[in-house]
Design a protein around this ligand. Sequence first.
Ligand code: NAD
Length: 479
Amino acid sequence: MYGEKLELLIDGKFRQGSEGKGEDLINPATEEVLAHLPHASTADLEEALQASQRGFIAWKAKTAQERYVIMSKAANLIEERKEAIARILTMENGKPLAESIGEVQFSADATRWYAEEGKRAYGRIVPARVPGVRQMVFKEPVGPVVAFAAWNFPASNAIRKIAGALGAGCSIILKPAEETPGTAIAFARAFQEAGLPDGVLNIVFGNPAEVSEYLVASPIPKKVSLTGSTRVGKLLQKQAADTLKRCTMELGGHAPVIVHHDADLEKTLDMLVAFKYRNAGQVCTSPTRFYVHESLYDKFAAGFAERVSRLKVGYGLDEGVQMGPMIAPRRLDAMDKLIADAVSNGAKVIAGGERLGNKGYFFAPTALRDVNDNALIMSEEPFGPIAPTTAFSDFDSVIERANSLEYGLASFVFTKDLHLAQKTEMALNAGLVGVNGMAVSTPETPFGGVNESGYGSESGTEGLEAFLRTKFVSETGWA
Ligand code: NAD
C-alpha cells in the first residue's frame, strides 16, 4: 500500500486544489497508479504567496533558539518515520529501499544541522574611523523563498531547501517534482506537527512551467532556489531577473572520473560500480565520463563489465535489489539513443545495453568501452545507468578532455600518488572533487557546481548564507 495522502499545504492546511485538477502518480517499477496528486490553481498559488509573506514575518520574529527547537522536533519525527517515508520514496522513484532510507536519514541530519547553524548566523563589528561610532554588520533572512526540486532525490533535494530556508529564518513555498510528491508531504507533516507556524512552509504542485512562472513573477518571494536541469535553471533565472530575485541554481552535471596509472584497481572498480548505478545513474554527481590510463584500461574495462553483470536489478522494495527502474519511459528512449550513437561512433557495449522486461521502466546497467569523445554521451548528461569509458595517455590531455564541457559539478580522481592527486584536484573545473572516494555530499559541507552546473551552494555554512542578506548599521552615540 502506498501510504501517503497527497495534498497541498497552504497556510498551515493540508488540502486539495480549489479547482479539483490533478494527475495520477505512477510507480515506475510496476506502472501502477499509486494515488492522485492535486494541482494548485492560480488562486491557490496566490494564497500560498500571501501565506508565505505572513509566515515570514512570524518566523523571522522568533529567535534562532526557538526555531531550533521546532526544527529539531521535526527532524526527530522524520527519523522516527524513516522506514515508512522511505517506502513511499521507493514506490514513487524506484530506487532500492536502502538508498531511500539513507536519503531520509540524511534529511533528518540536514534539518538538525541547519537548525543548529541558524544560531551561528553571525555578523561582525567593524572598528570605526570616528570616535563614538559603532559599525555593525548583521545577517538577516532574505525573505520568502520559492523553490523547485527534482525527482531524483525526493528527500534530500527537498530538505536542503526547506531546512536551509527555515534555519535562516525564511518562509518557503516548495514545488517538489510531481513524479515524487509524497516524501516532501511527509516532511511537511513532521514540520507542522513540530509546531511550525502556519504559512512558513507551503507545498504546491501543478504544471511546472505555469507554477514557476506565477510564483517567480510575484514580488513577494525574494529568492529562487532550484535543483533541476540546466535548461530550467536558465529559464527561471531569466524570469527572476524581472524582480531582481537572488537565485541558487543546483543544475545538471557530467562528472569526469580520472583513473591514474597507479590507482588501486580493485578498490576503484568496487567504488565506481557501486556509485555509478546508484538510483539507476539518475544522480547529478553520477560518474559519467570514465577516463582511464591506457596502462590499466583493458583490465579496468573487463573488471567493470564483470561487476556490472552481477548487479541485481528489480523493484526497490524487493530484497537484495541494487538498482531500480528509471523514472519514466522517455528516459528509456534517451538511453537507447545514446547507446546507438556511441556504437555508431566506434564504442563497444561490454555490459547491458538494452531495456529489461516489459513492465516497469527498467534498463540494464550498461558499460561501454572505447567511447569516442565525439559521441553524444560524452557531452550530453546521460542521467541513466550507462558508463562510457575511454583511455588516456597523458596528464595534460586528460585534464583538457575532463574540462571540455560547460558542466562543472562533480569530478573524481583515483591515484595513490599525493602529488598527482593534488595536481589533478587543482586542475579540474568543478565545484566538487572526490579523491579516491565518491562522498561529496554531507549536511556540513558545501554542495554545488560551477559554470552551467549552476552557482550557489547548499549545505555547509554556505548553504545557510544563501538564505541570508547583509545589513550594515552605523550607530553614532550622542553622549
Ligand atoms: P527539471 O529541470 O526538469 O525539473 C526540476 C524542477 O523544476 C521540478 O520540480 C520541475 O517541476 C520544476 N520546474 C520549474 N519550472 C519548470 C519549467 N518551466 N519546466 C520544467 N520544470 C520546471 O529537472 P529534472 O529532469 O526533473 O531533474 C534532473 C536534472 O536535475 C538533472 O539535470 C540533474 O543533474 C539535476 N540535478 C541537479 C542536482 C544538483 O544539486 N546540482 C541535484 C539533483 C538533480
